[in-house]
Ligand binder design. Sequence first.
Ligand SMILES: [Zn+2]
Ligand SMILES: [Zn+2]
Length: 218
Amino acid sequence: MVNCSFYFKIGACRHGDRCSRLHNKPTFSQTIVLLNLYRNPQNTAQTADGSHCHVSDVEVQEHYDNFFEEVFTELQEKYGEIEEMNVCDNLGDHLVGNVYVKFRREEDAERAVVELNNRWFNGQAVHAELSPVTDFRESCCRQYEMGECTRGGFCNFMHLRPISRNLRRQLYGRGPRHRCHLQGPIQVTVPEKGTDVVPQTTGMVASETGALALHPRA
Ligand SMILES: [Zn+2]
Ligand SMILES: [Zn+2]
């Protein structure tokens, strides 16, 4: 059987288990994927009557940075040094909210998968697995980084949402490891004036960014 190039490069393919090509699951890898973990409040924010509430770009970025920092920090403290972490902002079921974490050591990744599969996040069981992805330059959508992907959220390459510059500096220290997803024009610009004003977050956003939500499964 021929290897599925989507699974091989991206660690996820829209055909899932029904794919006619081979999904060669790694038995060891530095990279793990936490499937569908990140929820973009712009995609999920709905009021009781079903209408969408407005979540501004600044709020989304703040929510995202909080999510990223929380997950990154906890996984690094528990399992070991992280080389890079990437989060998909795609909309297709097999990619939406996928969080890819590349550890420095394979044994840390292995332990993380076993333990994280017994955890909950935001009220949902965590689904973690080893991922074949090692080079994110191969898996991310270049058009998205240029701001010109015409396939939008349903693109089958990773649309990696950038974290803010300050958080990047804080988590990775000086100097990015590679520039793959760092240069995208999808930068949320915080206005120069009034940056001390904390934007009003909706109840939904506030609750999601609250206490550490990764907790042991009861
Ligand atoms: Zn496939
Ligand atoms: Zn794309």
